[in-house]
Design a protein around this ligand. Structure first.
Ligand SMILES: CC(C)(COP(=O)(O)OP(=O)(O)OC[C@H]1O[C@@H](n2cnc3c(N)ncnc32)[C@H](O)[C@@H]1OP(=O)(O)O)[C@@H](O)C(=O)NCCC(=O)NCCS
Length: 331
């Protein structure tokens, strides 16, 4: 029996036009370009401006571009999964809205919430539907409007995040390309260190939650940093080991873009040189579920058929994971 793998056959990103520079942040909070660049590697990020625009609008732009680029009709899509931590609404889900905006109708669509590991979780899940033969074409989107939940009076967090989206098309492959292995993990004991406390069922919106600024991202940066370095490196090392890969076998490491120092520590642990690591944090900051597809989009022209890619992410939850895939087409 031929083993079916789910391979990425197209990638498209979308970032809003507005550029929020370190210089502009200097006018908003007590910070400076030198501190931000040396501690995080971030120079600027994109912000979605405009009333009534949410993560679905960016996701829909990415999906429209993806359909066009891959010559795919919305009618051919069997399933759409959207990873987001900043859904437009509590319900309906953002995936439903994206489908409506791009004309994908009468198929399943749903959201995955695994914070910054969301895209990796969604890709793992979407690939199962292809591998079992149930579906032929699945779209996985990562879209986050982090500016909606970032406190622009908190210098410890507002410098880190940006808005953006990315989408991939998954199709069946029987020639050995595509997703070879994936590992997803979580530990809910990480909740106190990275969260948005209010707005859900535990603390519904009230004057008190707003007065106490509980609708914004809260982060204990040092704890998250320690966790990220250890777990992103561990899970990447684990996936390499169980697939018999050495650092020299890896064409590209595609890490979640949260902090350049975390990216460097992960690459170092995997014995992969920085020339083989996708980095675009300087342009976009941390776009949560969008960082990995935005990296693939930016580096697409450098990818070769058969390249071994290791995708790695970590995020709130805590959640973390890694995917090993063989790139399926010439970029
Ligand atoms: C947030 C982060 C960049 C902070 O960097 P850090 O080197 O740990 O810095 P610290 O938090 O120890 O702060 C050092 C000093 O800089 C100050 N500082 C914090 N933010 C600052 C800013 N934007 N500008 C200037 N100074 C700042 C702090 O107040 C502190 O000053 P103090 O020593 O007088 O108290 C870092 O902890 C980090 O990246 N953590 C992980 C974040 C992450 O990955 N999040 C996403 C998860 S998906």
């Amino acid at each position: 029996m031929t083993h079916i793998k789910a391979s990425i056959t197209g990638i498209q990103g979308y970032v809003p036009d507005y550029v929020l520079t370190n210089a502009e942040l200097e006018t908003m909070v007590a910070t400076n370009d030198e501190w931000i660049v040396s501690r995080t590697g971030i120079k600027e990020r994109r912000i979605l401006k405009g009333e009534g625009l949410g993560s679905s609008h960016m996701g829909a732009e990415a999906v429209k571009g993806l359909l066009e680029k891959t010559n795919t009709s919305p009618k051919e899509i069997d399933l759409l999964i959207c990873a987001t931590t900043t859904p437009d609404f509590v319900f309906p889900c953002t995936a439903n809205l994206i489908c409506d905006m791009v004309g994908i109708r009468n198929v399943g669509s749903f959201d995955i919430q695994a914070a910054c590991s969301g895209f990796l979780y969604a890709l793992t899940l979407g690939s199962q539907f292809i591998e079992t033969g149930k579906y032929k074409k699945v779209i996985v989107v990562g879209s986050d409007k982090m500016s909606a939940i970032v406190d622009y009076t908190d210098r410890k967090t507002c410098i880190l995040f940006g808005d953006g989206a990315g989408a991939v098309l998954l199709e069946a492959d029987t020639e050995g390309y595509g997703i070879i292995d994936s590992l997803i993990k979580s530990d809910g004991a990480g909740y106190p260190y990275l969260n948005q406390k209010a707005g859900g069922s535990r603390y519904p919106p009230s004057h008190e939650t707003i007065d106490n600024r509980l609708h914004y991202v809260y982060q204990d940066g040092a704890q998250v940093f320690k966790f990220a370095v250890t777990n992103m490196a561990d899970v990447s090392a684990e996936i390499m080991e169980r697939n018999g890969l050495k650092g020299s076998d890896v064409a590209w490491l595609v890490p979640h873009q949260a902090n350049r120092r975390i990216i460097e520590a992960t690459a170092n642990r995997m014995n992969v040189g920085m020339d083989k690591v996708m980095v675009n944090i300087q342009k976009y900051g941390n776009t949560t579920a969008a960082t990995i597809p935005l990296c693939l989009w930016d580096y697409e022209s450098q990818l070769k058929k058969g390249d071994n890619l290791i995708l790695a992410a970590f995020g709130g939850g805590f959640t973390w994971g890694s995917i090993y895939l063989k790139w399926a087409y010439q970029g």
